[in-house]
Design a protein around this ligand. Structure first.
Ligand code: UD1
Ligand code: UDP
Length: 374
């Protein structure tokens, strides 16, 4: 019997984390021939994930440039992937989420009339500039995709409202929970020794990340100033912030927070270390998408330093609060969680709107059941 040839394409850290369990599930299935192409839109941060999950890509486009523009990524992926598609002629390619790798790989496949499956489909804010350029990347990818793997009911409805045929949409949960459940462990010992020295019991540890393009500049300065103010006023607080490798982010982070007592600016962590850091932390402050899905499952309150979110499920459940990018408001909301036990306990709910750890399995099944009818 001829196997279904599936080419999985990804390029950044979050795509890699969320595609890794799916790649493993594809590899295990004997009806499928699995091929992996990384664009390496990220280099070091991608390689860290490939190492942890032991994935050896068949193709590596190696496109990353220092301070790359959106056009740099788009051109690099479009040209690089053309050759891979010509050579492999897959039955379908799988892309993930909303990065420029995602949209461009889907476009390249469409140019060759190759089917596209979109993993983590249907997330929307309704604002084309927030997150930027991700909202448009995922809408364009939905237009190009033949199969849509939506994490939640809400995501399904967003796609239906845009005119996508319901028979091509599958509610699968989010594969990030598959990945998270593999790495979070009780009594975890960190590989980065600095973390083993943190007093997670007597201190209130805030795990933090911040990198979004629309926050770079003044909003990011204000977010970091807010952190500085919170830490200066409360000795029991320690902030651990693995700083993204983007020079645009690092310049602001090290300038504003570099010498602040109580703030640990560290290098990006391997996924195992970071997931277990979240699990041991008191709370989380972030503008990341993935953290908004992971933290609720760990029962950690999370303040989102953005003006809107495409992940309303955890907001509705009370675990996530969108606090914007105004300095005073971030200080106020953070203090509330640090000082008010009732407020904290109300948000510290372990909920699981994003999956049960079996999303990859559902995607593989939907692929095999439906590819024949496309
Ligand atoms: C990208 C995605 C964003 C995703 C984020 C996850 C786009 C347009 N943006 O944003 O959706 O949320 O990844 O982190 O697709 N760099 C390194 N080494 C690395 C990674 C990045 O040096 O391993 C530096 C390079 O100078 C690079 C810059 O960071 O040019 C920015 O990387 P880029 O992928 O363009 O943007 P991100 O902000 O990472
Ligand atoms: N993460 C990680 N190491 C870190 C910081 C984050 O492995 O030092 C993980 C995090 O758990 C989540 C993902 O990286 O799964 C989020 O990636 P990122 O913030 O780069 O992108 P976003 O989620 O905003 O698209």
């Amino acid at each position: 019997m001829k196997k279904l040839k599936v080419l999985t394409v990804f390029g950044t850290r979050p795509e890699a984390i969320k595609m890794a369990p799916l790649v493993k599930a594809l590899e295990k299935n004997d009806q499928i021939q699995s091929i992996v192409c990384v664009t390496a839109q990220h280099r070091e941060m991608l390689d860290m994930v490939l190492r942890i999950f032991e994935i050896k890509p068949d193709y590596d486009l190696n496109i990353m440039k220092n301070r790359q523009s959106l056009s740099d990524i788009t051109v690099g992926v479009l040209k690089g992937i053309e050759e891979v598609l010509n050579k492999e002629e897959p039955d379908i390619i799988l892309v993930h989420g909303d990065t420029s790798t995602t949209f461009t790989a889907a476009l390249a496949a469409f140019y060759q009339k190759i089917k596209v499956g979109h993993v983590e489909a249907g997330l929307r804010t309704g604002n084309m500039y927030s997150p930027y350029p991700e909202e448009i990347n995922r809408k364009l990818t939905a237009t190009l995709a033949n199969l849509h793997f939506a994490p939640t009911e809400e995501n399904y409805k967003n796609l239906i409202n845009e005119g996508i045929d319901g028979k091509n949409i599958f509610i699968t949960g989010n594969t990030v929970i598959d990945a998270l459940l593999q790495v979070v462990k009780p009594n975890y010992f960190f590989k980065v020794d600095e973390l083993n020295k943190i007093d997670f019991v007597n201190k209130k540890v805030i795990a933090m990340t911040c990198h979004r393009r629309e926050n770079q500049g003044k909003p990011m300065e204000d977010i970091f100033e807010a952190i500085k103010e919170v830490v200066a006023a409360d000795e029991s607080v320690e902030v651990i912030y693995p700083v993204h490798l983007s020079p645009a982010v690092r310049e602001i982070a090290f300038r504003v927070l570099g010498d602040v007592k109580g703030v640990h600016l560290i290098e990006p962590l391997e996924y195992e270390d970071f997931a277990n850091l979240m699990n041991k932390a008191y709370m989380i402050i972030t503008d990341s998408g993935g953290l908004q899905e992971e933290a609720p499952s760990l029962g950690k309150p999370i303040l989102v330093v953005r003006t809107e979110t495409e992940r309303p499920e955890a907001v509705a459940a009370g675990t996530v609060r969108v606090v914007g990018v105004n300095k005073e408001n971030i200080v106020k909301e953070t203090r509330k969680l640090l000082q008010d036990n009732h407020e904290y306990n109300q948000m510290a709910n372990a909920i699981n709107p994003y999956g049960d750890g079996r999303s990859s399995e559902r995607i593989v099944k939907a692929l095999l059941d439906n590819i024949g009818i496309l």
